[in-house]
Write a protein that binds this ligand. Sequence first.
Ligand SMILES: [Zn+2]
Length: 222
Amino acid sequence: MDDIIHDLFEWSKAQHQEAEWESDMPTLTRRLGFNYRRHEYSFYDPDSRTIFVRYDATSQEARVDTAHELMHAVSMEGSPSYDAVLRYYHASVSNLDDHIEVVTDHGADRFLMPDGLVEEIVKKCGYTARAIWELSRFANVNIYTALRRFVHFRPDRRVAAFFSSGGYILGADARNLWLPFWLGDRIPEPHLLLEHGISTFNIPNCERQMLGVVLVDDFEAA
Ligand SMILES: [Zn+2]
C-alpha cells in the first residue's frame, strides 16, 4: 500500500481506538469532535466541522454515508492535512477526485468494520463467502461494502470475491488475483466454481443470491 494512504489509515485507526472503537457512527462523529446533522444530501462541511447525512437514507445507508463523510473530515484535519498531502503527491493520477473517493471509501470501511471485528469473523468462518455475509450482518452494512472490506483486509493476500443475483455478477472485487469473470457476466456452473476452489454461500431468504470467494493460499495466515 502507498505510504501516505497507509499513514492516513493508521492515524484514523488510532482515533477510532481512542474513541473505544465506538460503533455508532453519529456518536463516533461527535466523539472525534465533529457535528452531525441530517440534510437533503450527504456531505462534509469543513467550515462548520459538520457531517450532513441525507434524510432519505435507510439506517444502513446512513451508517455508510456517515463513515464516508467522517473519513473526509478526518483527512482534512491538520496542516497540512492528509487530504492536501494526497492531492499533492498523487497529483499525477488520471482522476484525482475519484482517487480520493476510493481512498475515502476504504478508510470508511475501517470505521464500519474495524480490524478486530474482521479478525474475529475470519477466525470463526475462515476466508470464506460466509464470512462476508456475517461481516455485513454484524457491522450492519450492505453486501458490497462488506465484500470490499473482506477482500482488502489483508493487503498481502491473493483473494477475490463476488456477489451474484439470478446467475449474474452484481459485485466483485479482487486483490493480487485475477477473477475469470466480472460485473455483468454470468457466473459459471457450480461444478466449475468448485474446480476453481471457490467457496460459495447462498444468502438466506434471498432466492438465487450468492456470495463467492476465491483464495489462493500461498501465504502464511498472519
Ligand atoms: Zn466522498
